[in-house]
Design a protein around this ligand. Structure first.
Ligand SMILES: [Zn+2]
Length: 447
């Protein structure tokens, strides 16, 4: 048991929590009908009435909203932003998120939305033992994305100090001078920061840092535990998005808690037709939950996040929280298929970060898939501290063993010779993604 940001709601018994969720779903759907041009039009042209949606199962009556739908319902495609659900006077900030297509989706937040986003982050921070006196370097971007800004507001609610760097390339003196207790960043940026500190003669485990928050992209358990080893502190996962997910791991690290009273997650099958059972992997489809009487700037019901996960459990956690926990989400766009069998970028990462490999590798990698229907080759390129003295056979064997472990289909294809793996060991900064601007694309389909 630890402390809570809002104990009563975070520890609400399951049956009472389910009642809150269904109440808020009813209010949210009614609000959507009354305030969102998209939902008003949709209800008016179908037989479904907003009052037919009584509980979360009824959300299946409503359409699933992909990023593409949002782009089709905003200028220049339409005259107005059809998902904007309040008047301009109530809009506090405007955001844009770019998906894989690169066309930004517009997003509108009221001040009340800000407070709710901040509360979700505050709950996660407190569940990770943050409190007054903590000093946190935020390496997430302060641009049109909403995460870094609302984390900063969360800090104010808890009494923490924020050092708003916005990226992980800040000078090492920031750590020496201000003695921060935590850093929010991505796994790879936190690993790079550790290498930079070491090259300047300071050892990460001897720094003031007591915990790290990894977010912004999915990662494997192997890379997390390596990051924990490098810094000698716990690393907690936070999964957030402009659309308002914000789930966080508590100190028990047994799945990410979903703030169920504020955001409703359904896990759908790949065809997006029905929910999957708890424990089964599926697509995360999210619905903002509005407390009765609240207004929101942008309302999404059944929003397809393009991410996949599984519900770990809806039972009470050892931390005392009753809100459900999900597995570390993965990006659907980072899943590739070979001869009918899928693998994700995270599976590749798992093979790279095999503990014994890390005596030689930096962890930086990229992988390319080549081939045709008859034969496919995955080329894995890994950065080495010193390629000349790297035990390449061992690294390759560890990779193949780990990567194929739970993939019988790919394993068979590998034995049959229709799925091959090739390895390159590069010196520092010789990987291709270093020469391309923006977020590194670590798994590229070149078929
Ligand atoms: Zn917990």
């Amino acid at each position: 048991m630890g402390s809570y940001f809002k104990e009563e709601i975070e520890t609400l018994p399951r049956d009472e929590l389910d009642i809150v969720v269904d109440e808020r779903i009813r209010y949210t759907v009614k609000y959507a009908y009354e305030n969102s041009p998209f939902y008003r039009k949709w209800f008016d042209k179908t037989d479904v009435s907003p009052f037919d949606v009584r509980e979360h199962e009824d959300l299946r009556e409503l359409p699933i909203i992909s990023g593409g739908v949002i782009r089709e319902k905003q200028p220049p495609e339409t005259d107005e932003f059809e998902f904007k659900s309040t008047s301009w006077e109530n809009v506090f900030t405007i955001h844009e998120t770019s998906g894989t297509s690169g066309v930004p989706k517009s997003f509108f937040l009221t001040w009340n939305d800000w407070k709710i986003y901040a509360e979700k982050y505050a709950r996660a921070f407190v569940s990770q033992n943050f409190g007054s006196g903590d000093r946190v370097v935020v390496c997430a971007s302060y641009g049109m994305n909403v995460g870094a800004n609302t984390m900063t507001l969360a800090a104010q609610k808890i009494g923490m100090t924020i050092i708003p760097e916005g990226k992980c390339t800040f000078p090492v003196r920031i750590i020496k001078n201000y003695k921060p207790t935590a850093i929010v960043g991505s796994v790879f940026k936190l690993l790079r920061l550790a290498r930079r500190m070491e090259s300047q003669g300071s050892k990460p485990p001897e720094s003031s840092i007591q915990r790290l928050i990894a977010g912004g992209e999915s990662f494997s358990e192997e890379s997390r535990s390596y990051l924990e080893e490098v810094w000698d502190v716990p690393v907690y996962n936070t999964y957030g998005s402009t659309e308002g997910t914000m789930c966080g791991e508590c100190i028990k690290k047994a799945g990410l808690h979903v703030p169920e009273d504020l955001v409703h997650l359904d896990i759908y099958n790949p065809q997006l037709e029905n929910f999957v059972n708890d424990g089964d992997c599926g697509r995360i489809v999210l619905t903002t939950l509005l407390p009765s009487g609240n207004k929101t700037g942008n309302l999404l019901i059944n929003y397809d996040t393009d991410d996949t996960t599984a519900v770990v459990t809806r039972d009470k956690c050892k931390c005392g929280r009753t809100h459900m926990r999900i597995l570390n989400p993965q990006r659907e766009s980072e899943t590739l298929w070979v001869g009918g069998f899928p693998f994700n970028r995270v599976d590749v990462e798992q093979g790279v970060f095999h503990r014994d490999n890390m005596d030689y590798l930096t962890g930086e990698y990229e992988a390319f898939l080549y081939g045709d229907e008859d034969e496919t080759t995955l080329r894995i390129r890994m950065e080495c501290e010193d390629p000349e003295n790297c035990d390449q056979d061992m690294v390759e064997n560890n990779f193949i063993k780990t990567f194929l472990k739970y993939k019988p289909g790919l394993q068979q294809a590998h034995i049959d010779g229709t799925f091959n793996m090739l390895f390159d060991f590069t010196e520092s900064e010789a990987l291709e993604f270093y020469r391309i601007k923006g977020r590194p694309k670590r798994l590229v389909d070149r078929r």
